[in-house]
Design a protein around this ligand. Structure first.
Ligand SMILES: Nc1nc2c(c(=O)[nH]1)N[C@H]1C(S)=C(S)[C@@H](COP(=O)(O)O)O[C@H]1N2
Ligand SMILES: [Mo]
Length: 390
């Protein structure tokens, strides 16, 4: 490698070779890919939870949501070091003089506000959410969703504006090799500190390690690496993590009430009502299905209980109905959920009574919980007492 003497600091305030276009271009490319995966998987999760009429999320493959949401959280986390490195690589450009050269230049600079502020907000709010820290008053889901659109819009505009510069910067290495060593692209290499390659490698390593220690919460072989995972897949009552406890949901009394009944009603000819013993006397079905929390952790378990579609048949429901599943929990965003027609009629959609061949722990939804394939954890309603057919 050709090294030149380091110029005096005063003459070149940002002389570090790390502030150049190649570093910015590589980081920009990685960020573009990571943000796109994160956006698409986030959009899927949003559509499942608030489905418009044209969207019906399938019940199969059973573990699909676990993969899309695992990717969402892992790419989001991997983006943190990439974004910080990118901001550090490009910040000298904010000091250009004159600050605004033309109208186009002004628009380009203004578009950096939603780009930078939006990206920082998305990563900060996402990381805070998975660590269950809510240092704000607004609704996390709605804000995280809308800011994602603004940020993604700014990213698309930025990629459009920078496409040719990025392409040139990424191609430059081969051209550089052919041309004279004094070619302007070859900035002085700092005698101390990181080289460009070292800087990129360090950022990539930080990203990789962060993803690995996060994936430990959902990929079993990486379990022991799950240092940053707020939930460990095997830690909790009956070997399964708990997000909302029975005490937290204020159902300790109602869930243990001997007068408990499971009711099936709504648009059905025969309304049904069962005690817990009557439910146990119905045909029981076993299924091995994961809980896949939106926060990124997931864990597979063996469930058994009554098929929802058997109950629908007993009630005389028409084929293709949807079902609202209601909890004993009186308040809270996740006290009820909806089964679309595919989930309602899937043979593995259960009102579970047992977990790993034992009655459900009260924190896992005793006496009855919903468990269905390919569904976010927030829609696996616990302490179920009513199905409303629609
Ligand atoms: N009634 C009710 N059910 C609920 C919740 C809730 O807050 N209330 N939380 C959900 C969330 S966010 C998840 S991830 C799963 C967790 O199930 P587990 O505690 O059995 O692991 O339950 C879901 N069911
Ligand atoms: Mo969850």
């Amino acid at each position: 490698m050709v090294r030149r003497a380091q110029p005096p600091l005063k003459a070149e305030p940002f002389a570090s070779p790390l502030h150049d276009r190649r570093v910015a271009a590589w980081l920009g490319l990685a960020l573009g890919v990571a943000f796109t995966i994160c956006f698409v998987t986030g959009l899927i999760s949003h559509l499942i939870q608030q489905p418009p009429s044209w969207f019906v999320w399938p019940a199969r493959p059973a573990g699909l949501y676990r993969v899309t949401q695992g990717l969402h959280v892992a790419t989001g986390i991997a983006t943190v070091p990439l974004l910080l490195a990118k901001l550090w690589a490009v910040y000298p450009h904010l000091w250009t003089w004159p600050p605004v050269r033309s109208l186009a230049h002004a628009v380009e600079r203004l578009s950096l506000v939603p780009l930078v502020a939006g990206s920082l907000f998305m990563l900060f709010s996402g990381v805070a959410n998975i660590t269950r820290w809510y240092p704000w008053k607004f609704s996390f889901t709605a804000t995280h969703y809308w800011v994602a659109w603004i940020t993604m819009g700014a990213i698309v505009a930025h990629v459009g504006a920078k496409a040719s510069v990025t392409r040139d910067a990424l191609r430059r290495r081969s051209r550089e090799a052919r041309e004279a060593p004094e070619a302007p692209a070859r900035l002085p290499v700092a005698a101390e500190g990181l080289t460009r390659r070292g800087f990129l490698a360090t950022t990539a390593a930080a990203s990789g390690v962060l993803s690995l220690v996060t994936l430990g919460q959902t990929v079993r072989p990486l379990d022991r690496l799950g240092l940053l995972a707020p939930r460990r897949p095997k830690v909790g009552p009956q070997g399964l993590p708990v997000n909302k406890s029975a005490a937290g949901a204020k159902v300790l009394e109602s869930a243990r009430d001997p007068g408990y009944r499971l009711v099936v009603e709504g648009r059905v000819p025969n309304k049904l009502s069962f005690t817990l013993d009557q439910l146990r006397a119905l045909p029981q079905h076993k299924a091995t299905l994961p809980i896949s929390c939106v926060e990124g952790w997931s864990s597979t378990a063996d469930w058994s209980g009554v098929r929802v579609r058997d109950l629908l048949e007993m009630a005389g429901a028409r084929p293709g109905v949807t079902v609202r599943v209601e909890s004993l929990q009186a308040k809270g965003a996740y006290r009820s959920s909806k089964l679309n027609r595919l989930h309602a009629h899937d043979p593995d959609t259960l009102l579970a009574l047992d977990l790993f061949d034992e009655p459900l722990h009260i924190d896992h939804g005793f006496p009855v919980r919903l468990i269905a394939p390919n569904r976010p954890g927030v829609l696996q309603t616990k302490w179920v007492h009513r199905l409303v057919v629609r």
